[in-house]
Write a protein that binds this ligand. Sequence first.
Ligand code: HEM
Length: 491
Amino acid sequence: MLPPIPALSDYGISPTHGFLPDSLPLTRLPDPYYNKWEAVVANLQALILSRRLRGVIDRLPILSTIGLEHDAEWRRAYSLLSFMAHAYIWGGDSPSDRLPPPISIPFLQISEKLQVPPVATYAALCLWNYKPLFMDEDIDNLENLATLNTFTGSLDESWFYLVSVAIEARGAPIIPLMLTAITAARQNDSATVTRCLRAFAERLTDLTAILQRMHESCDPTVFYHRIRPFLAGSKNMGEAGLPRGVVYEDGSGNENYRQYSGGSNAQSSLIQFFDIVLGVEHRPTGEKQEPGSESDRGRRPSRHNFIQEMRRYMPGGHARFLADVTQVANLREYVEDHTGDSQLCIAYDACLAMLSAFRDKHIAIVTRYIITPSREVRARSRSRSPEVARQRMNLAVASQKKENQGSRSQKGTGGTALIPFLKQARDETGEPAVEEWTRRFMKRQVRTEGRGDFFLGKPHDGAPVDTEDVEVKGLAGSWTMEDDVGGICLY
Ligand code: HEM
C-alpha cells in the first residue's frame, strides 16, 4: 500500500499561503497583560542604542503563557521573544552568554508548544513577521509588504525579511500543485504531471526574479555590519564572544549552556520542498556523486548534511510535512520511467534548470553580502591597531579578530567552505536531469561569483581576491572562505 498523499491541513500549511500562516500574523498580542513585551519590542532600536535594553529586560516580570490563546498569539509571542533574546545577547559591547528568566522561561515554553527552537529562526524573522500594506492586495508582491519587527529599524533589514516573505507567498501555490502531480503520477496521468511541472518551472522563474530584488533595497554593508550580527545564534560563536553558548536561566540555578544556529533562509521549508518533490538529493559537503549512480533506482535515504540539519529549525509541522512528502515523492522515478515522453522530460528538466538558476543567483548574493564584506574587513584589519579592532565584539568583527590573532592554525569551528557548499547544492540540483543536453547545460561553469559583473565589480576592484583560510560566519552556519575546502559541515 502506498502511503497517503499528505493533507496540508494536518501540518498547519495553508493551501494559499503555503508555509506562511493561513491567517495574517498579529500586529500585537490582544491581551494587555503582554503590553510590556510589546513595549520593549516597539522600542527595541532606542533601547539598544541607549544601552538600556538589558537593564529593562532584567527588570521585566516573568509573564505566564497562560494568556496566549490562538496559534497566531503563540506565534506573535515567539517572534517577540526571539527579537528580545537576540537583542539582549548581541545588543551590547560584548555578547551576553545568559538570557534572564523574563525571556528564557516563557521563550522555552512557547518554543516547546510550537515545536521550534528558542532562537530567532526564519519563522520568527520572516514567516510570522509581516503585514500587508493594503488588505485587498496580494502578499506575494513586495510593494504590498511591511515588517512588524526589526532589530535596526532600517529599510535594509525590512527588505531582507520581506524578499523571503514574497518568495514564500509567490511559491505557495506550488505546494498543492506538486501534490497533484504526485497523485497524477500514481495514476499514470502524464498530461497532468507535465502541466504541473510546467507551471512549477514558470513560477520558479518568478521566485528568482524576486530574489534578485534583494539588491534594490538591502545594502550589503548594512547587512553585513548591522543586521547579520543580530541574527547570529550561539553555536560555533567562540570567536564572536560566546565560547560555550548561552545559558537560558530558568530560576533553578541550572547552568547548562545551549547552542543553536542563528536565523537563516536555509530554514525555509519551501526550497527544501522543491528539492524533495523533484528528487534532488544533497550529500554531505565535499562528497561527490558516485559514478553510475545517476539513475540509481534504489536510492539511498538522504544522508546528514547542513540542509537536513536546518529542518530542526523549522516549525514542527513543516518539518514533519517534508519528511512525509519524502515518502511519497515519485516524480523523478516517473520521469525516468517515461523517457520517451519528451514533453514530460522537458518540463521536468526545466524545473531543475530553474531551481539551479535560483541557486546561482543566491550564490551571487552570498558573495556580495558576505564574502566580499568579510574580505574588506580582513583587508582593513591589517592596517588597524588591535585596540580599534577590539572596540566591539560581535559577529561582524569575528573574522577580523581572528586575523589579528594571526594564526592560521586557529581554525574556527566551521570547517566547511561556504561557497563550495552552496555550489555543491546548486550542482546537485542538476544531477537528476534526464536529457543529456540539460545535464551538460547545468554542469557548465557559471560566473555566479560576480567577478566582473555589475554588482560586484572586477576581480581586483577594491577587495583582495586571495582565499586564505579565514572563518566566515554565514547566517546559520560557520564556514571557511577557502574555495577548495570540502568535508563534513561543522556548524
Ligand atoms: C542577503 C540575502 C541572503 C544572504 C546573505 C544569504 C546567505 C546565506 C548563507 C550564508 C547560507 C549558508 C547557510 C548559513 O550559514 O545560514 C545560505 C543558505 C541558503 N539560503 Fe540564503 N541568503 C540570503 C537570502 C536568501 C533568500 C531570500 C532565500 C530564499 C528564501 C535563501 C535561501 C537559502 C537556502 C535555501 C539556503 C540553503 C542552501 C541551498 O539550499 O542552496 N537565501 N544563505
